[in-house]
Design a protein around this ligand. Structure first.
Ligand SMILES: [Zn+2]
Length: 202
């Protein structure tokens, strides 16, 4: 290859998650059951070492059908964009063969915190009609030391204005428990150039 330039990229789910897919429920009818799965995947993900304590799923908002799963794969793949939301949204698009997840179905992205500045855009452009989060606010950055970037203060209203209904505070305390365990571990925080969040607590 002239110049040695890369010409493609592959982002795969970690082996432990691929192996667990046959055991996942085909449908998760409530926000709580959806988020419980997200928390379980997020907690295992950082312990397995492939990425941060983040997971996301795409589900059918009407039936609860599980359409895709994603976890943060930044460390395992060496791709900084490999966040859980990007994985779940992209794998849903791969499975359904569409770039607009809202074109024919009423789909929801379920994730264990308000999306970071990158995933905020990825969610907007994905076409999903619903976003379900465990919470928002500075607790994530305080507990994990991840930098979520300059997300706008009216992020939820901006989603709503574009036809994405936002549901927050689903199993919030359980999300914080995952972040707390992560923050108390020796796991790698991979912010570019070591950029830290604005606020720190001991
Ligand atoms: Zn993100």
């Amino acid at each position: 290859m002239a110049h040695g330039l890369a010409t493609s990229v592959t982002l795969s789910l970690p082996a432990w998650l691929v192996e667990s897919i046959p055991g996942l429920p085909e449908a998760l009818p409530t926000h709580e059951s959806q988020m419980a799965l997200v928390h379980r995947l997020a907690d295992r993900n950082w312990r397995e070492g492939g990425g941060g304590p983040f997971a996301a799923i795409v589900v059918d908002a009407v039936t609860g059908e599980l359409v895709s799963v994603g976890v943060n794969v930044v460390l395992g793949t060496g791709v900084s964009a490999g966040h859980a939301e990007v994985m779940a949204l992209t794998l849903a698009q791969q499975r359904l063969g569409v770039w607009d997840l809202g074109a024919e179905r009423d789909l929801a992205l379920v994730v264990n915190w308000r999306p970071c500045v990158q995933c905020y855009g990825a969610t907007l452009w994905s076409g999903v009609r619903h976003l379900v989060v465990a919470g928002e606010g500075p607790e994530l950055e305080r507990l994990t030391r991840f930098d979520e970037g300059p997300v706008v203060a009216d992020w939820a209203q901006q989603f709503e204005a574009r036809g994405i209904a936002v549901t927050s505070d689903v199993l919030r305390e359980e999300a914080l428990a995952v972040y707390r365990a992560y923050g108390q571990s020796a796991a790698t925080v991979y912010n570019a150039r070591g950029a830290g969040p604005i606020e720190h607590t001991p």
